[in-house]
Write a protein that binds this ligand. Structure first.
Ligand SMILES: Cc1cc2nc3c(=O)[nH]c(=O)nc-3n(C[C@H](O)[C@H](O)[C@H](O)COP(=O)(O)OP(=O)(O)OC[C@H]3O[C@@H](n4cnc5c(N)ncnc54)[C@H](O)[C@@H]3O)c2cc1C
Ligand SMILES: NC(=O)C1=CN([C@@H]2O[C@H](COP(=O)(O)OP(=O)(O)OC[C@H]3O[C@@H](n4cnc5c(N)ncnc54)[C@H](O)[C@@H]3O)[C@@H](O)[C@H]2O)CC=C1
Length: 331
């Protein structure tokens, strides 16, 4: 019997591992606490259209990732995003063009992970709280107390602080994962019925509560009206204001935006705030993936590498590769 492999987390890392394993003929079962796949590549549906509140775009530098990105682009799941890019230093806004290729899911970021999910077996709205090994197989328990299994192996593909809690079967692994700190990010979306009078479409920001801002309508496939923007606070500001009420976060970041954008910014006609508790690792690692292969427990995620979409995909590939390698040695 081909006992399935459980994958906890259906963000880019979990989906990447799932694809590699199914391509090798194995069965997988994905679990995610959210209602859909994508994790930090999620897009929020709202009355003003879809808003990419997490990952804004991604780049591809590793040659394997470059190849897969090309395939996704050929499938029509991705488009290149060529914004009018600016930077802001000490309140000075200046054009900052470059030749970097940047990709986005179309018509929303989450479309990419939704396409990657395809027909893979997945259970959503299912927060896994315990991962334990019986005599022969692994079992999972969710927040409602329901148990799932049996599974031949388990891949944990969630942010490090959430992964550590699921690794009590492998204390050494749990300790390494628990040592990884992840930083929060407040994201705010603003919508203006009358478009702002600025050529800015994306901006890297320094010396401000903001770290980044993007204009949605500059992204292929997005609605052009109203004029919606996504603002990301720095991790330092987000940490300091972690418990601030969303309305206060919106107001403070709207003011920071108005200060740097160089045109009149009226009250927003639409606004929302989203707090990412585990947005990015505090430091990059070079782990690729972690494992207790003899036990059959694997851990992957962006935080094992660069804290970027590319890192998440590479980490999922590596977890799958190590699982397949171990399986081959022991067959
Ligand atoms: C605000 C923000 C901006 C970003 N901007 C960029 C960018 O511009 N470019 C870039 O390359 N990267 C960016 N990133 C980083 C990028 O989004 C991540 O690197 C990547 O999406 C991480 O993928 P992952 O699969 O490792 O984790 P995640 O996407 O976090 O996936 C983990 C999944 O596990 C699920 N989960 C967690 N715990 C459990 C549990 N106990 N049971 C079941 N399911 C669980 C979650 O619901 C989630 O779906 C950004 C991230 C944020 C937050
Ligand atoms: N907010 C969050 O939680 C996270 C944000 N992430 C951001 O995701 C982006 C992805 O990184 P890469 O794929 O390497 O993308 P990239 O090569 O576009 O950017 C890397 C970094 O280089 C700088 N930079 C690049 N181009 C310019 C430019 N034209 N003018 C001025 N500065 C520039 C800028 O500081 C940027 O953060 C980066 O901006 C990260 O900061 C990554 C992970 C999490």
């Amino acid at each position: 019997m081909n006992t399935p492999i459980a994958i906890i987390g259906s963000g880019m890392a979990g989906l990447s591992a799932a694809h590699a394993l199914t391509a090798a003929g194995l069965c997988v079962q994905l679990f995610d606490k959210s209602r859909g796949s994508g994790g930090r590549m999620a897009s929020k549906r709202s009355e003003v259209g879809d808003l990419d509140l997490g990952a804004q775009y991604f780049t591809a530098r590793d040659r394997h990732f470059v190849d897969i990105v090309q395939q996704w682009q050929e499938n029509g799941w991705l488009a290149e995003w060529k914004p009018a890019l600016y930077q802001s230093h000490g309140g000075q806004l200046s054009l900052s063009p470059d030749t970097q290729l940047r990709f986005i899911g179309v018509p929303r970021m989450s479309a990419l992970t939704r396409n990657l999910l395809g027909e893979l077996p997945a259970t959503f709205a299912c927060r896994i709280t315990e991962v334990f090994r019986g005599e022969q197989h692994w079992h999972l328990v969710d927040a409602t107390g329901q148990s799932h299994g049996p599974f031949s192996k388990v891949i944990v593909a969630v942010p490090a602080p959430q992964a550590a809690a699921l690794l009590s079967a492998a204390p050494k692994l749990a300790a390494s994962v628990a040592s990884v700190a992840m930083e929060p990010v407040w994201a705010v979306a603003l919508g203006f019925d009358k478009a702002l009078d600025t050529p800015v479409e994306g901006c890297f920001v320094q010396d401000s509560p903001l770290d980044w801002l993007a204009r949605n309508r500059s992204k292929p496939g997005r609605a052009s009206r109203p004029d919606t923007w996504v603002l990301h606070a720095t991790s330092a500001w987000s940490r300091q204001h972690i418990d601030l009420a969303p309305e206060a976060v919106i107001e403070q970041l709207r003011c920071a935006f108005a200060e740097l954008i160089g045109c009149a910014v009226p009250e927003a006609d639409f606004s929302l705030a989203h707090r990412w508790l585990y947005a990015r690792p505090a430091h990059a690692h070079q782990w690729s993936a972690l494992a207790d292969a003899d036990l059959g427990l694997y851990v992957c995620g962006d935080w094992c590498l660069s804290g970027r979409v590319e890192g998440a995909w590479l980490s999922g590939q590596e977890a799958a590769r190590r699982l397949l390698e171990h399986r081959e040695h022991n067959s």
